[in-house]
Design a binder for this molecule. Structure first.
Ligand SMILES: [Zn+2]
Ligand SMILES: [Zn+2]
Length: 614
C-alpha cells in the first residue's frame, strides 16, 4: 500500500511538475510577464475589422481584380442592381407614380446587406469570415500587421513595449453584441495567460466603447484584470445618428431639406446639386414615398435585427425605438435589453474602475458637426459621428459654432476633479470638462473629425505615452499634453511640403526670400515635432510654406476654387421658383407664374391707368 501511495505521489509530483512546465512554456512574451508594461488590447471601432464574403464552398468571393470582397458596410454589386431596377424605374418615370420602384430598391438593399443580416435570434446569417488575430502582433503576418497599424498606428508603442505586448480584438461590427462582449472577456483571459502578466490595458475605440460597456457590466470580475483603460472617442452612450435611425427621425425625409441642403452635408456641393436637379424627374411626393419605403426596409428588415447596432442606440432613444421595432422580436429584445442595462450603468461602472485604482483615460474630439442624417444632429456638440456627451462621459458643452457664453461659470459636477481650482473650460469656451465623469484625465481635440482621429499623430503619441509609460497621470502631468489640444494630420507637411522647402537652394534666393523660407521651415518643423496645437494652426503653417515656395518658383500656385457651377445655380433657382416640385409638376406652376405676371403687367400698365382716368 505504501508503495502504491509513493508511486502515486511520485506520479502526481511529476505530473504537476509537467503541468508547471507546460504552463510556463505557454507564456509567449520575452519578459515572461515580469516587465513594467502591461500588454494592451485594442478594441477597434465600427468597420475596423475585416469581414470577408464567402461563396457556397467556403472560398473567398473575389472581385474583378481578384481581391477579396469585404462586407462592410454592405456589398453593392452594380451589375446585378441595374437589371433589377431598370423596368420599375422606367415605369415610374413614365407614369410619374411609384410603379414597383420601392419594392425593387428594397430588394437591392436586402441583397446588399445580405452578408450582414441577422435572424430573429440576433445571429448573423451571412456566409462570411471574420479576420481575427487570436495572438499578439508579434505573431501576426506582415499583412496582418499592416491591417492593424493602418487602423491604429501604434508602432511607437510596439517599439517601447514590444509587439508581444500588443493585441487587436477583431470582431464583426454587424453581429451579435453580447457574443462580441463574451469574446472580449475570453480574449482578455487568453492575453493574460499567454503574456504572463496578471493585468492588461484595454483601448476601446469608438464602437469599442459600447463593447467595453458590456464587458464591465457582464463581467465585473474583469475589473481586477485591468491596469489601464484608454478610451478613444468611445461610443459610451451610442450615437444620436443611430438613435434617430431606429426612431426614423431622418433629416432627408423633410422634403425642403432633401431638395436643398441635405446632400451638400455629405458630398461635394456641385455633385450634390446635380443629384438634386436629377431627382426632380419624379414628383416630390413619389420620391419621398420611395425614400420612406426604402428607409423602412433598411430599419425594419436590416438594422432591427443587428444587436451590435442597437449597442450604438443612445439610452434616451432606446425605449421608444425598441417599442417600435422589437415588439414582435422577443429574443432580440431580450438581448438588447440586457445591453441597455449595461449602457445605463456605463458611467457607474467606470466610476467603480476608478475607485478600484484602475487608471482610466479618455481621448475625445469636438467641434465637428454631426453628419446631418438624423434630426437630432445639432442637439449636442460632436465629432462628426458621435455626440460629445456620449464620448466625453456626460460632459456639458455648447453646440458646434457656439460658446458657453461670457457669463458661464464652471459647474464642477464631477467628484473626480482633484482640485476645484482647476480651470476645465476649453480656451474657446465651448466645453466645460468639469461636468464629464473624468475631468482630470479626459483629453479634448478641437475641430478633430472622428474618422480622422487615428491620423492625428498627437492623439497616437498621447495614447502611446499613456499605455507604455507612467509619464502621464492626468491632463496636468505635462504641458506637452494639455487637456485641450487641436485637430491635425501633418502627413502632407512631413512628407511633401517640408522636404520640398528644404530642397530649395537658398543661396540662389534674395536675402528676404531666403530668410522667409528659413523661418517658414523652422516654424513648420517646430509644429510637426511638437505635441500641442490649436484648431486651424496646421492650415496657417501650410499656407506660409506654400506661399514662399510659390514665390521662389519651387511650386505652382494652388488652383483657384471653382466658383459654384451650373448645377448649383440651377438647383437653387429651381428651389426658389418651384419649391420641391418635380419637373412634371412644374407646368401648372409655370402657368400660374405666367398668369400672375400677365395680371401684374396688365394692372400696372392698363387697368390702373384706366382706373385713374375715372
Ligand atoms: Zn511584459
Ligand atoms: Zn480637475
Amino acid at each position: 500500500m505504501k508503495k502504491i501511495i509513493s508511486v502515486l505521489l511520485a506520479v502526481s509530483i511529476i505530473m504537476s511538475g509537467a503541468a508547471i512546465f507546460a504552463s510556463a512554456s505557454e507564456v509567449k512574451t520575452e519578459c515572461g510577464g515580469n516587465c513594467d508594461i502591461c500588454p494592451s488590447i485594442v478594441v477597434p471601432g465600427i468597420g475596423q475589422s475585416n469581414v470577408w464574403a464567402l461563396d457556397e464552398n467556403g472560398d473567398y468571393l473575389l472581385d474583378d481584380d481578384g481581391d477579396r470582397i469585404g462586407c462592410f458596410p454592405a456589398i453593392f454589386d452594380v451589375a446585378s442592381i441595374v437589371p433589377k431596377v431598370i423596368l420599375p424605374v422606367l415605369l415610374t418615370l413614365f407614369t410619374q407614380h411609384d410603379m414597383g420602384l420601392s419594392d425593387a430598391l428594397c430588394d437591392v438593399v436586402l441583397d446588399a446587406f445580405e452578408v450582414n443580416l441577422c435572424d430573429e435570434n440576433g445571429k448573423n446569417t451571412g456566409n462570411i469570415e471574420v479576420e481575427r488575430y487570436p495572438y499578439s502582433v508579434a505573431e501576426c503576418s506582415d499583412y496582418e500587421k499592416g491591417e492593424i497599424y493602418d487602423n491604429i498606428p501604434l508602432q511607437a508603442y510596439s517599439e517601447i513595449a514590444g509587439e508581444d505586448h500588443l493585441y487587436y480584438y477583431a470582431y464583426n461590427s454587424f453581429a451579435n453584441v453580447n457574443e462580441t462582449i463574451d469574446g472580449l472577456y475570453d480574449f482578455i483571459n487568453m492575453v493574460i495567460e499567454e503574456t504572463g502578466h496578471d493585468k492588461v490595458n484595454i483601448v476601446p475605440i469608438s464602437m469599442g466603447g459600447s463593447i467595453a460597456n458590456g464587458l464591465l457590466d457582464y463581467y465585473p470580475d474583469v475589473m481586477d484584470k485591468l491596469n489601464k483603460v484608454v478610451y478613444i472617442v468611445p461610443a459610451l452612450n451610442g450615437s444620436t445618428i443611430v438613435g434617430d435611425l431606429y426612431n426614423k427621425e431622418l433629416a432627408f425625409l423633410d422634403k425642403d431639406f432633401l431638395y436643398n441642403g441635405f446632400l451638400e452635408t455629405l458630398m461635394d456641393e456641385e455633385d450634390a446639386r446635380m443629384i438634386e436637379v436629377i431627382a426632380r424627374i419624379l414628383p416630390d411626393e413619389v420620391l419621398l414615398g420611395v425614400l420612406n419605403n426604402v428607409a423602412d426596409c433598411l430599419i425594419e428588415d436590416v438594422a432591427a435585427n443587428i444587436t451590435s447596432l442597437w449597442g450604438l442606440c443612445p439610452k434616451e432613444d432606446y425605449p421608444s425605438a425598441a417599442a417600435r421595432l422589437l415588439a414582435n422580436k422577443p429574443e432580440i429584445k431580450k438581448q438588447t435589453d440586457r445591453y441597455y442595462k449595461a449602457q445605463q450603468n456605463s458611467l457607474k461602472n467606470i466610476q467603480t474602475l476608478v475607485d478600484k485604482g484602475v487608471e482610466v483615460y479618455n481621448i475625445v474630439d469636438y467641434d465637428a458637426p454631426l453628419y446631418q442624417i438624423g434630426t437630432s444632429w445639432n442637439e449636442d456638440n460632436a465629432d462628426g459621428v458621435i455626440h460629445l456627451s456620449s464620448t466625453a462621459m456626460g460632459v456639458h458643452s455648447a453646440i458646434v459654432g457656439e460658446t458657453l457664453g461670457e457669463d458661464y461659470k464652471q459647474a464642477n459636477t464631477s467628484k473626480n476633479c482633484s482640485d476645484p481650482s482647476h480651470n476645465h473650460i476649453s480656451p474657446d469656451n465651448v466645453v466645460d470638462a468639469s461636468t464629464g465623469l473624468l475631468p482630470d484625465t479626459t483629453f479634448y481635440f478641437d475641430g478633430q473629425n472622428h474618422e480622422k482621429t487615428a491620423r492625428n499623430d498627437i492623439i497616437i503619441s498621447l495614447a502611446t505615452e499613456l499605455l507604455a509609460t507612467d509619464n502621464i497621470k492626468s491632463v496636468y502631468s505635462t504641458p506637452d499634453y494639455p487637456q485641450f489640444n487641436g485637430a491635425r494630420d501633418p502627413r502632407d507637411l512631413k512628407n511633401n511640403l517640408i522636404p520640398a522647402a528644404k530642397a530649395v537652394d537658398a543661396s540662389k534666393l534674395n536675402a528676404d526670400d531666403a530668410a522667409e523660407l528659413a523661418a517658414a521651415i523652422e516654424e513648420a518643423e517646430a509644429f510637426v515635432n511638437g505635441t500641442v496645437c490649436y484648431q486651424g494652426q496646421e492650415e496657417k503653417i501650410e499656407e506660409r510654406l506654400k506661399a514662399i515656395l510659390v514665390k521662389v518658383g519651387a511650386r505652382g500656385a494652388d488652383e483657384e476654387e471653382e466658383p459654384s457651377g451650373f448645377f448649383s445655380k440651377m438647383s437653387i433657382w429651381l428651389y426658389d421658383n418651384y419649391g420641391t416640385a418635380g419637373y412634371s409638376e412644374m407646368l401648372p406652376i409655370t402657368f400660374t407664374l405666367i398668369f400672375k405676371g400677365i395680371r401684374e403687367v396688365l394692372n400696372e400698365y392698363l387697368f390702373n391707368p384706366f382706373k385713374a382716368m375715372f
